[in-house]
Design a protein around this ligand. Sequence first.
Ligand SMILES: *[C@@H]1O[C@H](CO)[C@@H](O)[C@H](O)[C@H]1NC(C)=O
Ligand SMILES: *[C@@H]1O[C@H](CO)[C@@H](O)[C@H](O)[C@H]1NC(C)=O
Ligand SMILES: *[C@@H]1O[C@H](CO)[C@@H](O)[C@H](O)[C@H]1NC(C)=O
Ligand SMILES: CC(=O)N[C@H]1CO[C@H](CO)[C@@H](O)[C@@H]1O
Length: 462
Amino acid sequence: MELISLFAVPVLLEAMSLTYLAWTATSHRRRSQCYLLDYVCYRPPDDRKVTTDMLYEMVERNKYLGMPELRYLFRLTSRAGLGEQTYLPSGVLAGREMCLTHQDALDEMDAFSNDAVAGLFSKTGFGPLDVDVLVVNVNMFNPEPCLASRIAHHYGMREDVAAYNVSGMGCSATVVSLDIVQNIMRARSPRPVLAVVVSTEVLSPGCYGGTDKSMMLGLCLFRCGGVAALLTSDPALDGRAKMKLRRLVRANIAANDDAYSAIFQREDTHNITGYSINKTLPKAAVRAFAANLKRLVPYILPVSELFRLATDLIRQKMSRRQRFKIDVNLKTGVDHFCLHSGGVAVIDAVKKNFGLDEADVEPSRMTLHRWGNTSASSVWYVLAYMEAKGRLKRGDRVLMVTFGSGFKCNSCMWDVTRDLADKGAWADCIDEYPVESTANPYTDKYSWMNDNADDDPSLPVL
Ligand SMILES: *[C@@H]1O[C@H](CO)[C@@H](O)[C@H](O)[C@H]1NC(C)=O
Ligand SMILES: *[C@@H]1O[C@H](CO)[C@@H](O)[C@H](O)[C@H]1NC(C)=O
Ligand SMILES: *[C@@H]1O[C@H](CO)[C@@H](O)[C@H](O)[C@H]1NC(C)=O
Ligand SMILES: CC(=O)N[C@H]1CO[C@H](CO)[C@@H](O)[C@@H]1O
């Protein structure tokens, strides 16, 4: 397969040079460490839960949509892998999705931060005045003053707090925020740094009410969610930490036209703005993941596996084969895969192309079912799922992989530093998971929708 060969050739050379570099780098200067102390995933109030019936009503009251669109939307919804407990903004639930205001978006943001950021402080015992660095990433909403200032203002943070707002960087932005934090920690080392990362999405400004099919996907997938995480470089706090960041790698394959246009904000033929999602998205995700792994693999796989890869490659080279095919066994270096739960298609594509099995992707599928695609924060719900299930043990290695428009794949490797068993946002439902089937329970009720469904091959299908 093209992807495998694409990934194969440089892996060996880079593996060797990078391992050597890593060795010399660590022995020559003491690197500052980045510890995850704790994190809080947002659980919106129950009155913001949305069922398929409610979605159906919402679509029905949209005067732009006719029967073909309704059919298409229903077909998407029924295959999206979302359950009946995901959350939408209150403005949308109140029926104002076509006329949401700036204030609606601010209210949505505040509802999240008053719950999750406040929750993080009370859970960890640290206060706003202890925070040295604040990084806020929200993709679609970019008010003035910025959201980082809004949070600093609300909590009365110090005036020397280094606040960053990252916007427009898509679902993989949470790792971008971690990268910023890690770089600041290194720059300020050996002075310890306490950092708060806030990753969420504000859906109100992105609600699309038009009829362009590639842009209607949002309503089917995007849901409210967010996370506030506390990180430190203070070695004195390592006993309290949950995980330690081992390696962070960012890949951006924007130079590729298809990948670049996989997710695009644009206007439809009626001049209504929205996000269009191309069916090339799963392929872009796999490609970006391969680009990312190329640089990550030397740091996460054991020497024996790197050696096996190297000998395999040499053997293939000697036999003068035109295309190399290398099967990297990621499981030799990773215990838990924390994959962005953006949609079923992406999860399936990654599973197939990187030799994962159903158990590896279960936490991501269940996160999609319970919370929907919550954009940048989704990997934290996946992590919380593993933790709530009592699967994260001291010494385990967790690979967090995020995908986002651009197209980007940002990943990081964590070492679990103690046995974890916090139920977090999953507290009231973890025992119901994993669910057997993520099929939509209303499929029968709306089965007539599937009749005469047009199967236009150019459209994204989940
Ligand atoms: C998807 O991307 C391809 C290639 O970039 C483009 O030709 C096609 O028009 C796009 N489809 C949609 C629905 O945007
Ligand atoms: C969309 O906007 C363009 C530029 O302002 C205008 O020429 C066009 O007529 C508009 N289309 C519709 C359907 O309103
Ligand atoms: C998940 O949602 C984000 C925006 O919230 C979007 O950019 C991304 O394309 C979605 N993922 C998939 C696989 O559709
Ligand atoms: C990097 C980034 O997202 N900067 C934004 C911070 O917030 C201001 C005001 O909202 C924006 O103008 C910047 O683009």
